[in-house]
Ligand binder design. Structure first.
Ligand SMILES: [Fe+2]
Length: 302
């Protein structure tokens, strides 16, 4: 059953006005800088690397990551999560097939989708919904799919994914049971743009002593996640920078977090985390020195 989020509803109605209001926070936010999008489109063409940038978008890396967790019950040891985020699936026509090719032949117990299914933002996106249906049909043949929304998604995307058989976790949770033990998957609505995250509502009914995994589109929630006693935070949103310097340093993070949270494995006090570089591209269909990824996370008992 999908939870209606009135905060999200309000922001969707506000549209561009909300982006303008957010700009006053003084941070770099793509949503409030259409001129930056134009600039980013033109620069690669001017320096003759536009085609290379597009090719890089389709060069998806299959990452295999081990996450060691102290409180992991024995029954969940070696459990494999397929984590895909920031698909921006209508970014390029070939992207869906490339994502499926990167998954094919790999084992996983279930899949988590981390949000940002649409390339554009702030609009209803029928094309993205149709493309997501193809992806989900394939992924679901091997395991259950859980998902949150990102800052590019409207609520209509959650309704569509729900219709395709995805369990949406919008300020909600699900209990995974094995034998006498359980692990909680908790999902938040977008905290970055919509400010629609509600951790109190999401954890209502979650057992304090069980291992808890939080799915949040943006890692910007990391301090709260640690304070609420989560063991693991899975995020995307940053795209690892998407366009980076040759040493992999992100030029723009698009998130109010220290650099360590922008991509890969990290830890903060007792919280473990993983921020994916994302499977697609936003703003412009180009990547440099920051390949897209899908991720197989193996949970291991520490
Ligand atoms: Fe994204």
């Amino acid at each position: 059953m999908l939870k209606i989020n009135h905060r999200r509803e309000l922001v969707e109605q506000e549209g561009r006005l909300h982006a303008i209001k957010r700009g006053k926070r003084g941070k770099f936010h793509f949503e409030n800088m259409p001129w930056l999008k134009c600039l980013l489109k033109v620069i690669p063409k001017l320096i003759f690397v536009g085609e290379l940038g597009r090719k890089n978008v389709l060069d998806i890396i299959t990452e295999h990551v081990e996450v060691k967790l102290i409180n992991l019950p024995d029954e969940f040891d070696e459990m494999v999560i397929l984590f895909i985020t920031d698909l921006h699936i209508d970014c390029m026509d070939e992207l869906g097939e490339e994502i499926l090719a990167a998954i094919r032949g790999h084992h996983y117990d279930f899949c988590i989708l981390g949000g940002d299914y649409s390339f554009g933002w702030g609009r209803d996106n029928e094309k993205a919904r149709k493309l997501m249906e193809v992806i989900i049909r394939q992924i679901k043949s091997n395991g259950e799919v859980f998902a949150v929304l990102g800052n590019h998604d409207r609520f209509s995307m959650a309704q569509a994914l729900d219709g395709f058989g995805v369990r949406m976790l919008l300020n909600d949770h699900v209990c995974l049971r094995k034998g006498d033990n359980s692990v909680f998957l908790v999902g938040l609505d977008d905290c970055h743009y919509f400010g629609a995250d509600d951790l109190d509502s999401a954890v209502a009914g979650v057992s304090k002593n069980s291992l808890k995994i939080l799915i949040s589109h943006s890692p910007e929630i990391y301090e709260k996640a640690e304070a609420y006693g989560f063991d693991l935070l899975l995020s995307g949103h940053t795209h690892g920078g998407q366009i980076c310097l040759p040493n992999g340093t992100a030029i723009v993070k698009n998130a109010s977090v220290p650099s360590v949270f922008v991509k890969g494995k990290w830890s903060y006090k007792g919280l473990r985390g993983y921020t994916s570089r994302g499977a697609g591209s936003s703003c412009i269909p180009a990547r440099f020195f920051c390949p897209p990824e899908i991720t197989f996370l193996t949970l291991k008992k520490l």
